[in-house]
Design a protein around this ligand. Sequence first.
Ligand SMILES: [Zn+2]
Ligand SMILES: [Zn+2]
Length: 142
Amino acid sequence: MALGFPGFRSGAGGPGRISPVMCEHCGTDRHLDIKAVTDLPDHPADVVVASYTCGRCGLFSEHPARVADLSMVLGRREQTGDLLIFGWHYLHCGELMKKTGSELRRLSASVSSDSAPGDTRDVYLSTRVLKCRCGFRLEVPE
Ligand SMILES: [Zn+2]
Ligand SMILES: [Zn+2]
């Protein structure tokens, strides 16, 4: 009789299903420990794959999620302003910041004593340039 029940959630979610970031067992996001946030190709910037475990019951979940949901959970934990950093991912305005390119930063380093005076060596540091739709820009070492 329970089969075909309206609203019954069948299976473990088809592709593209975006679920709230919460423990389905406990029905709350209060105990979540976010393990990973991954880009989801061919999806809008505000959809990522979230992997997390619930610290209370130990349930592991991994599914497409909205960054807004995720930043609510992350933000509650360690609020540092608009920018949320998670591993290699930077979230701003509720979206995963997009890499817009790489830049080579030239650092002129003075070479010490033995070389000719005035001899400087250029050191190049490559950085990732990340941009948010609001115009916020961030450069991080590659
Ligand atoms: Zn739980
Ligand atoms: Zn922003």
